[in-house]
Design a protein around this ligand. Structure first.
Ligand code: ITT
Length: 197
């Protein structure tokens, strides 16, 4: 089974990637140095691609320092964008979740609830960097619902599912069918297949 390193401090993202790639013959392995996920600095930027490219540049330096430059490595940056609150929480999604949480988001909204998630995944192939983007349109639920998933999953309802459930009320497989991450990682998986990885 081929191995793809994933540098992330978010265990929910790791679990989703493992679930999505496992059936396609890829083992997604958490990238660690001395048993720890190394810290990378996220630049101040209002653009997820800029953040993902900064993360992959640092990750490649870490691989090089470990004499593992020939291995492939994945990072990704994701954000929730709420139409009524332009660019918010967007690139600040992690900070906003920690500070006001899903409850705080619900308190900020009235009838206008359209939102989307974006994922920018950056892959070091062992030779070059490739970028894959996934988007999921939906809306913010009137209430917190569901126990699965992570982050904003209990308040996000994807349009495509058409049954009104939040991501947190879905299995990982169902969420991946519709999600920003599922779309970005399926494009990445197609790239790996087409390029004979
Ligand atoms: P990394 O180490 O991979 O950067 P992170 O948790 O900092 O992990 P991001 O900056 O990409 O990840 O994510 C911003 C926030 O958005 C973070 O609080 C996540 O929990 C949340 N988030 C990302 N993807 C999500 C998803 O699919 N469902 C719900 N919340 C999500």
């Amino acid at each position: 089974m081929a191995t793809l390193n994933f540098l992330t401090g978010n265990s929910g993202k790791l679990a989703e990637a493992q679930n999505l790639f496992g059936p396609h013959g890829w083992e997604i392995q958490a990238f660690k140095i001395n048993g720890e996920v190394p810290d990378v600095i996220e630049p101040q930027s209002d653009n997820l691609t800029t953040v993902a490219l900064a993360k992959i540049a640092q990750a490649v330096e870490l691989l090089a320092a470990e004499n593992r430059l020939g291995e492939s490595l994945l990072v990704e940056d994701s954000g929730l964008f709420i139409e009524a609150l332009p660019e918010f929480p967007g690139v600040y999604s992690a900070h906003v979740l920690q500070s006001i949480g899903c409850d705080g988001i619900l308190r900020l909204l009235d009838d206008e609830r359209a939102a989307h998630f974006l994922t920018v995944a950056a892959l070091w192939t062992g030779e070059v960097v490739e970028v894959f983007i996934g988007r999921c349109d939906g809306r913010i639920s009137p209430e917190i619902k569901g126990d699965d998933g992570f982050g904003y999953d209990p308040i996000f309802i994807p349009d495509e599912s058409q049954d009104g459930r939040t991501f947190a009320e879905m299995t990982k497989e169902e969420k991946s069918t519709y999600s920003h991450r599922g779309k970005a990682l399926r494009a990445l998986s197609d790239y790996l297949n087409e390029n004979g990885a």
